[in-house]
Design a protein around this ligand. Structure first.
Ligand code: OAD
Length: 357
């Protein structure tokens, strides 16, 4: 048996269930063991190639950019106490993130394909963009652990607010107020300090039943979601598709890491399964606009260019909603000046950078 530490070292180099620690061996395992209970756990990283910034990426993440907008902590934008005092930063973001503006990515489509193949037990998402639903994953297969924009309530009297009016008011960049008591209305997304939805707690032990676990696009830095991968039984392969290694992924003998761009990793997985053409065809079905199909023939924007465009657009929107004071603008200029020696912040405030030159 040996002590726990020595067996962990031996196991992490020799897989116990897989033939090797690579995606081809995972594909073989899926077929050979008739895998049918896949749990998928995701975060904002699966939506960045759609143009939605994630939270914690150092330059392009929302928190890095919100830090420039005078919130004491960027996480304040999702803090219920802060929201009561100043809901505008949240609604500036909501305007950007509201479902319907973005196309699902190849990763969302891969989850739909898992479902179509009868392999998906449950999809756990921290995302509020609803792109998995848009990709066609049925609602009963999805646990929206941090809630979603699907419904909304008054934070005081809890009376629901109509969906169509919510859509219009968020689109107009305004803040919705309760028709009954005048209190603030908030989408039912989970803010820091609020409980996760009941559906999360009812399903959180499901990973114990899984025969494969796929984690994508999350830093696994927010609990209790971050604990889900560790609920999978020993001997159940866990695949991480992400830029960086996160949580405890990689520590078990049958963990397989596909580090790098998620779309690339997902396509590699699909190819190993022999699903590559099917995946691309299914993804094409999510393309709403023939013009954008033509645009796809043009050289594609890089991930950085897409994120840069999105950050520029988002920054303009947040500035418009908050109304930047001249004192603050001065401070931003100073910060731009300070930062110019290390590549600057021109990507965050392009118009200020131009004026200050
Ligand atoms: P994070 O921003 O914390 O993590 C995103 C992860 O995805 C990081 O590890 C990135 O490196 C990776 N990533 C991003 N784009 C990628 C790409 N194209 N290819 C590969 N990897 C990529 O986002 P979450 O883990 O989702 O809470 O954050 C968790 C929660 O924190 C969110 O749900 C949100 C936030 O506060 C609430 O809104 C309540």
């Amino acid at each position: 048996m040996g002590n726990e530490e020595s067996s962990m070292v031996r196991d992490s180099t020799h897989p116990s269930v897989l033939e090797a620690r690579n995606i081809e061996a995972v594909a073989k395992y899926i077929k050979k063991h008739n895998v049918k209970k896949v749990v998928v756990m995701v975060g904002a990283g699966i939506s960045t190639s759609a143009g939605i910034p994630d939270f914690r990426s150092p330059e392009t993440g929302l928190y890095a950019n919100l830090a420039m907008l005078d919130l004491e902590e960027p996480e304040d934008v999702f803090d219920i106490g802060f929201f009561r005092q100043n809901p505008k930063p949240f609604y500036a973001l909501a305007h950007e993130l509201y479902p319907g503006r973005y196309r699902p990515t190849i990763a969302h489509t891969f989850i739909k394909l898992l479902h179509d193949k009868g392999l998906l037990l449950k999809h756990f998402t921290q995302n509020i963009d609803c792109l998995e639903r848009q990709a066609g994953v049925p609602g009963d297969k999805i646990i929206e652990a941090h809630g979603s924009f699907a419904t909304q309530h008054c934070i005081d009297c809890k009376v629901p607010y109509p969906d169509d009016e919510m859509y219009e008011i968020v689109k107009s960049g305004k803040v919705p107020h309760c028709k009954e008591c005048g209190g603030l209305v908030k989408p039912d997304i989970v803010f820091f300090g609020e409980a996760l939805p009941e559906s999360f707690f009812l399903n959180r032990s499901l990973p114990e039943e899984a025969d494969l676990c796929i984690v994508m696009g999350t830093s696994l830095s927010v609990q209790p979601f971050a604990s889900l991968p560790s609920m999978c039984s020993d001997g159940v392969p866990r695949v991480l598709i992400n830029m960086d290694r996160v949580g405890s992924l990689g520590s078990r003998p049958d963990d397989v890491l596909l580090l790098g761009d998620i779309d690339v990793g997902v396509r590699k997985f699909a190819t190993a399964m022999g699903w590559d053409e099917e995946l691309e065809a299914l993804w094409e079905e999510t393309n709403p606009d023939p013009k954008s199909r033509e645009a796809e023939d043009a050289p594609p924007l890089t991930r950085d260019e897409r994120l840069q465009d999105e950050v520029d657009r988002l920054t303009e929107e947040v500035e418009r909603s908050l109304g930047i004071t001249s004192a603050y603008e001065k401070r931003v200029r100073e910060r731009l000046g300070e930062a110019s020696s290390n590549d600057g912040l021109a990507h965050v405030f392009p118009h200020l950078a131009r004026q200050s030159r």
